[in-house]
Design a protein around this ligand. Structure first.
Ligand code: PLP
Length: 326
């Protein structure tokens, strides 16, 4: 990947003449069977620029309560797009078509206008859970009946594809706008893509400029993303298999609880309530022995497997953690 970056042919993407960026956009459009795609610096910008492009101020957006757009994007929907967020509770990150149907408001002059459904697949805060495609299709039917638009936060859609074998194009077809990340599981250092119709992407280019996300010799970043597409999609199943090994091992550690139903891709959530320690205490003890994870709520840790973590690393991590006296 470093070599691909060094050798990338570049132009100026603000003028839309960087050949490597153009190649990346064409490659992504073909892979997902969408009319068009553009490169943006981050998943957060991908979601927020897509929502701003789709929406009008005062619209209401339906989101799952733990979704990234609500919890980790610094109130972006309110600040950038003047959207009212209506959060729906779920057990595994999957809003049902029935929940969506029940959340759509009757049009009248008093109420916000329910206009967008945002879905996260896979769902980060629920542990990398996969959204069943048949539920998405049922939600699309509800959306069509009520004139709603649909946005996919597909930062981790590659993992859903790898775990199920369902083609990327099928995963995104029901949506009006999509963001996917080239960093995270695919291992590129920077960048996400917004996908959609030609008309939508034309407008999104303007939003990207407004957000300061139009960049110049971006080919060096696009080259990394192209390398990731070629070399790192096929290996995601290894991360999933490693995550299961790690999850099963962590589930045997005293005071740790792992809900194996959530371990569907490369994320493992561990409930540490049984240790009577704080996440910081446990994470510091682990860090001293070379094992890194992040706090994920008052009694939870998040572990992630990725291309820099081997099966042996996972087994070693379980051994190290089991030996710590919490
Ligand atoms: C589901 C999801 N969406 C969006 C993002 C945001 O991506 P970025 O960190 O590139 O802004 C993340 C990051 O972890 C994510 O998990």
């Amino acid at each position: 990947m470093r070599r691909a970056i060094a050798e990338a042919e570049v132009g100026d993407d603000v003028f839309r003449d960087d050949p490597t960026v153009m190649r990346l956009e064409a490659t992504i459009s073909e892979l997902f069977s969408t009319e068009a795609a553009i490169f943006v610096p981050s998943g957060t910008m991908g979601n927020q620029a897509a929502l701003k492009t789709l929406s009008e101020p005062g619209w209401e957006i339906l989101c799952e309560r733990d979704c990234h757009i609500v919890n980790y994007e610094t109130a972006g929907p309110a600040i950038h797009s003047s959207l009212l967020v209506n959060m729906i509770d779920t057990e595994y990150g999957v809003m049902t078509a029935e929940q969506i149907e029940n959340s759509v408001r009757e049009p009248n002059i008093h109420s916000p206008i329910t206009k967008i459904v945002a879905i996260e697949n896979t769902h980060n805060r629920h542990g990398g859970t996969i959204y069943p495609l048949d539920e998405i299709l049922k939600i699309r039917e509800v959306a069509d009946r009520h004139g709603l638009l649909m946005h996919l936060d597909g930062a981790r859609i590659w993992n859903a594809h790898a775990a199920t074998g369902i083609p990327l194009a099928d995963w995104v077809k029901p949506f009006d706008s999509v963001s996917v990340c080239m960093s995270k599981g695919l291992g590129a250092p920077v960048g996400s893509m917004i996908l959609g119709s030609k008309d939508f992407i034309e407008k999104a280019l303007r939003t990207r400029k407004l957000f300061g996300g139009a960049m110049r010799q971006t080919g060096i970043l696009a080259a990394a993303a192209l390398y990731a597409i070629k070399n790192n999609i096929g290996r995601l199943t290894e991360d999933h298999a490693n995550a299961r090994v790690l999850a099963e091992g962590l589930g045997r550690v005293d005071g740790f609880t792992v809900d194996m139903k959530r371990v569907q891709t490369n994320i493992i959530l561990v409930d540490i309530a049984g240790t009577w320690k704080t996440p910081a205490e446990i994470l510091n003890a682990m860090k001293e022995k070379g094992v890194l994870a992040v706090p994920f709520g008052r009694t939870r840790l998040r572990f992630v497997t990725h291309l820099d973590v081997t099966r042996e690393d996972c087994e070693k991590a379980v051994e190290i953690i089991s030996d710590i006296k919490f």
